[in-house]
Write a new protein. Structure first.
Length: 75
């Protein structure tokens, strides 16, 4: 399992213009920085981090299937 590097995420955000919400940016960060595209792996990474787990809960994303739906909805 991967631990989110929040310092690198902050650097990643500095180069993103036009996006104001952290969660979609975090998903893009995980997919590009860690080269993960599998929704289950992304979900497991998010679920095991306190801050990103709160982001999941806010969006009522409770499993990898819900996350995959969110990913396709936002892209």
């Amino acid at each position: 399992m991967i631990t989110i590097n929040w310092a690198e995420f902050k650097e990643f955000k500095k180069h993103r213009h036009g996006e104001s919400q952290n969660f979609p940016q975090l998903l893009d960060f995980i997919r590009s920085y860690y080269n993960i595209s599998n929704a289950k792996e992304i979900f497991d990474t998010l679920r095991h981090d306190e801050l990103s787990n709160m982001m999941l809960n806010k969006r009522n994303i409770t499993d990898a299937v819900e996350l995959e739906k969110y990913l396709f909805k936002t892209n």
